[in-house]
Design a protein around this ligand. Structure first.
Ligand code: BGC
Length: 794
């Protein structure tokens, strides 16, 4: 667990003590390979050797301790308390115990640490500096699930590129992203970091991010190394509870969870991070099959593998290793090259090598891979190339970066409902807007969780500011907080679920009522009511699972009170997961999902509410009606008794696969998202009813913008194979195109299918096709499609 990132949960004093606990070696004895401190005589800058020769030479010179030091990744605690360094910590670097650090950004700060590594260790090997640059470094873009809702690969690539540009100018050369965990359970807090439930969309977006971060070559300026994480299956944490075990069939593992990782590998991702999860009985951090047989041998991965935070140590708690030494042996032999924070390699690898439980060849292989990345990053040629203050000033929080963040935020928004075209707000017809909700004038939550080095203070633009910047003096904006968007009660401890009643906000029932009354008052005086509600950003992200999907706090009470006024009622949701929006769907006039939209989020929300931008986002994850339907995803199997298959002769309706108290269908389907204009789809046309093994098929559909406003539409293509050697999902996304249409414009949209698109892991686990009948579906959402049939021939 990364205690140190979660600043806001606790007082600084508490954090400080947690940080010390999280890194026990800060004040403890560590191996010191270099007790006779001598300054490095090595200046690699002028080496003319090839990478392989250079590393051969360096490996020859390195002692066992120096090699083991390269496998250690430590946390520098930046981002919590500022550059947090003391003599003991710097001594770790001086001792050669640090191959890489993270949470240690800032050009000047990084330079200070790099100087120790380069000038005060025997060999002068530079360190890699990493950080969780997940959706921006200082200019914060929308949370990952929000970016995914744009279905806009180019905008997402640009977002990662800008993040890399800012981070690399600020001393960072490695990000722990993209997160490519497929997720089907919105209770899991890390949904917000993901791309959602679909393997094709997750693969495409993860590849766009790898390209954005790494550019053409990680030796170039403005690029950083990316990390494919969390390898693999972490998103299937049972019951949506973080860090829980995972149990995934071989077919699902290969057909779903591994696909985005293979795609990132093919796109050249330089590092992989293991997950925290126990997968089918073998924790992934010690999983030789996955890390060695699949990743290295079958897929040919050449980069290095880092563990997640203290994941090696955790093999003991998993019941997989008998002690930390055993854990180090299993994780290292299992294929994990670098140990994040736990320092088990530092403490035990030498002994394990002496006892011949770990081979020197394995050690040399891991060290070589890490040195190769240092070489490819250009660190041997110029160890200070990421530490130039002037570059930071030119690259960070520039006008262009902020404009791109605004653009991405607008693209991420999904219009879930728009009864009677309540949105966009027609400012010519109104005099006043009541802007209500705990997220309406809130900078802190705007940038979501894992928000890099983003500022939660002055920087983010709130919705109130966004609206006021556009609205002239003719329209008055009145604001009231109205409700609390976090748990009303806090848990005193983990021993019992609700064993207390400490109001989180310190508010009394009377305080809460006063807030609602204030909201009602301004709503009564206004023509339109805009509620900006959702979750406190700390309710999603790591270690933030929920059992409920409802809007937290007393927001439901607020919504119901406002509804009673019978004014046009608009809901903007800010949240990192699909919530239960049943009541809102039936009772408010329009719903816009804004996720956590980032530094420019309030401006982007205002642009959409006031019609300066026409929303085009589509859901990357199914929104269930109720938490009781979870897991609910569009690409499920048909079952032997699908709903709708009732036949009075033998299967009455109640004996089909259904609930007694809910519909099966979601509230909002995967791929759903409205626009201020409307798109009409012609009947699609197939080029043939047969697809031969070497042939191709085209599906053409005419899409027309029948409204009077410019707009974008994501046209989605799905297939379903009717019979297979294993049962096939009822629908699988096979392609999508996001296109812009002028008012009245028609476009011929063409998709091409080849047999390769129809391949899957067959019953015998081989990858390939099976001839037979298929449905092909095209439309603007997974539940809004037109269907045609074709046959894949022998
Ligand atoms: C998270 C990782 C993250 C790491 C470093 C862990 O707790 O699971 O996703 O990269 O911390 O901050």
């Amino acid at each position: 667990m990364n205690f140190c990132i979660k600043t806001s949960y606790c007082a600084l004093v508490f954090l400080f003590s947690q940080c010390i606990h999280a890194n026990p070696t800060m004040f403890s004895d560590v191996i010191n390979p270099n007790s006779n401190q001598e300054l490095s005589q090595n200046d690699w800058r002028n080496s003319s050797l090839s990478m392989d020769k250079f590393i051969d030479d360096l490996l020859e010179k390195m002692t066992l301790d120096e090699k083991i030091g390269q496998l250690d990744l430590q946390s520098g605690y930046r981002g919590v308390t500022g550059p947090f360094v003391n003599a003991a910590y710097e001594q770790q670097i001086r001792n050669g115990n640090v191959g890489a650090i993270f949470n240690a950004y800032g050009a000047e700060f990084g330079k200070r640490l790099q100087t120790i590594a380069v000038e005060q260790t025997r060999l002068g090997i530079p360190i890699i500096m990493g950080h969780d640059v997940i959706h921006g470094h200082k200019t914060i873009f929308p949370q990952s699930i929000g970016e995914a809702a744009s279905w806009d690969l180019e905008a997402i690539r640009l977002s990662a590129k800008i993040a890399a540009k800012e981070a690399s100018a600020d001393g960072i050369m490695w990000t722990f992203a993209p997160v490519a965990d497929i997720v089907r359970d919105p209770r899991w807090g890390r949904v917000s970091e993901s791309v959602g439930e679909d393997p094709l969309l997750t693969s495409a977006i993860s590849v766009a991010r790898v390209k954005g971060f790494q550019g053409e070559d990680i030796s170039l300026d403005d690029t950083i190394m990316a990390t494919a994480k969390h390898f693999v299956g972490y998103g299937a944490s049972q019951a949506g509870r973080d860090y829980n075990s995972t149990d995934i069939s071989e077919h699902s593992l290969w057909s779903l969870y591994l696909l985005p990782f293979k795609a990132m590998l093919d796109a050249g991702v330089t590092t992989f991070m293991t997950g925290f999860n126990d997968l089918n009985g073998t924790p992934v951090t010690g999983n030789r099959y996955l890390l060695e047989d699949v990743l290295r041998d079958k897929w040919g991965f050449k980069g290095f593998v880092v563990t997640d935070y203290t994941a090696v140590k955790e093999l003991v708690a998993h019941g997989y290793a008998k002690d930390e030494k055993h854990a180090a042996q299993l994780a290292f032999n299992g294929g994990a090259d670098m140990d994040m924070v736990g320092q088990t390699y530092l403490k035990y690898l030498k002994l394990l090598i002496e006892e011949r439980k770990v081979s020197e060849a394995r050690l040399n292989g891991a060290v070589r891979r890490i040195l190769e990345m240092k070489w490819r990053l250009g660190l041997f040629a110029d160890p200070y190339r990421y530490h130039d203050d002037k570059r930071a000033a030119q690259r960070i929080l520039t006008k262009e970066n902020l404009a791109a963040a605004n653009d991405m935020a607008r693209r991420s928004m999904v219009l879930l409902k728009n009864h009677n075209q309540t949105l966009p707000i027609d400012t010519k017809k109104i005099n006043s807007i009541a802007l209500i909700g705990p997220l309406a004038d809130n900078r802190y939550d705007m940038i979501g969780n894992w928000a890099g080095a983003g500022d939660r203070g002055a920087q983010p633009v709130t919705v109130k500011e966004g609206l006021e910047s556009i609205l002239g003096e003719d329209v008055t904006t009145r604001y009231a907080k109205g409700a609390t968007h976090s748990y009303l009660l806090s848990h005193t401890g983990m021993s019992s679920l609700m064993d207390i009643d400490v109001p989180v906000s310190g508010q009394t029932v009377q305080d809460l009522q006063t807030e609602i009354d204030e909201a009602l008052k301004i709503a009564k005086e206004s023509d339109v009511v805009v509620m900006v509600l959702g979750e406190d950003q700390r309710m999603s992200g790591e270690a933030s699972s929920r059992t409920e999907l409802s809007l937290p706090g007393n927001q439901q009470v607020l919504m119901e009170a406002l509804r009673s006024l019978n004014k046009p009622l608009i809901l903007v949701v800010m949240s990192g997961r699909p919530n239960d929006l049943r009541w809102a769907d039936s009772n408010v006039d329009a719903i816009l999902h804004a996720w956590y939209p980032g530094t420019m989020g309030g401006q982007a929300v205002a642009d959409v509410l006031l019609g300066k931008y026409n929303p085009a986002g589509k859901l990357p994850m199914t929104f269930p009606r109720t938490v009781g339907q979870v897991p609910l995803f569009y690409n499920h199997k048909n079952t032997g008794r699908p709903i709708g298959s009732a036949n009075p002769a033998h299967t009455p309706a109640e004996y089909t696969s259904r609930y007694d108290d809910s519909l099966n269908s979601p509230l909002y389907a995967f791929g759903h998202g409205l626009s201020y204009t409307q798109f009409e789809y012609s009947p699609p046309i197939l080029s043939s009813e047969k697809l031969t093994p070497k042939g191709e098929l085209t599906i053409t559909v005419q899409v027309t913008n029948i409204g009077d406003r410019k707009g974008e539409e994501v046209i989605q293509l799905y297939t379903h194979q009717k019979v297979g050697s294993i049962t096939r999902p009822i629908k699988e996304l096979k392609g999508f195109q996001k296109l812009e249409f002028a008012p009245g414009e028609t476009k011929n949209v063409k998709f091409t299918l080849t047999p390769a698109d129809l391949a899957f892991f067959r019953a015998d686990m081989t990858w390939g096709t099976e001839p037979g009948e298929f449905d092909v579906m095209v439309g603007g959402a997974s539940n809004q499609v037109q269907t045609l049939a074709f046959t894949l021939t022998d």
